[in-house]
Design a protein around this ligand. Sequence first.
Ligand SMILES: O=C(O)CCC(=O)C(=O)O
Length: 269
Amino acid sequence: MDTQEFFETNGYVVLRDFWAQGELDSLQAQLDELGCLVVGPSFSSVKLSGHTMSAEQQSMLYDRLKYLPALSCMSGSPAIRRMCRGIGLQHPDLMGCCNMRLDKPHDSRHLFAWHQDSVYLLGSVNAVTVWVPLQDVNLHRGTIQVIAGSHKRGLAPFKRISNKVIAPYVPMLQRDLSLADEVTEDPVTIEAQRGDIVVFKQMLLHRSTPNLSDQIRWTAQLRITDLADADYRRQKFPTGDRTNIFYVDYPGHDSAARRAQEMQGATNP
Ligand SMILES: O=C(O)CCC(=O)C(=O)O
């Protein structure tokens, strides 16, 4: 099975030794520079366990990570564009929600439960997330698990878990919506090394696993949509920072019907 076939069948693929132009080293250097400014001169992303950072420093660092110039360079790199075209995106475009995570050892507060990115980020039905580990990832260091092939079923039923108003310009986040049903299938645990990338469809069910090591787990997430998708164009290229899943259709998901159902639920408790 070639890469594209594997990707279409399973909804994800791990591409080894992807960054040939030093992109990952630049990101790490900028991360360390930022860390020194925010946390102090002894900051080192490679050695830091996270225990030496105050909550305020961590939140300041976290908020700035997505603005690192190297992250934008990676997102717009010829390598990423070529790779996206190779797996079937005809007109790859950025979604404005590229970000980085820092997962501290034994800190489960920010782990993501099973979800599909499309529910929150929207984008074309074939949009992808490129998950970029800055160190090896596995069940000890913390990683992601996926349900292979789950993208083929389209959007899974979801439920509201907050009281946020349903309106066109209100983004819906992980704290607002979750899967309606439990995931019972056997997951695939992603193992990857520094330099590899994990590409998965935003329709794929995936979740975080805890970091059981004594070092921070650093990852970057690049999000890419396909402007050539006819249904996406018809809907004027919606993204999750400007609207939400109650106003965007996907195959098998009629947003108007779903919205009516929610409104009815609100009037008939
Ligand atoms: O890195 C993780 O633990 C989860 C990331 C994730 O689910 C996402 O960015 O969509």
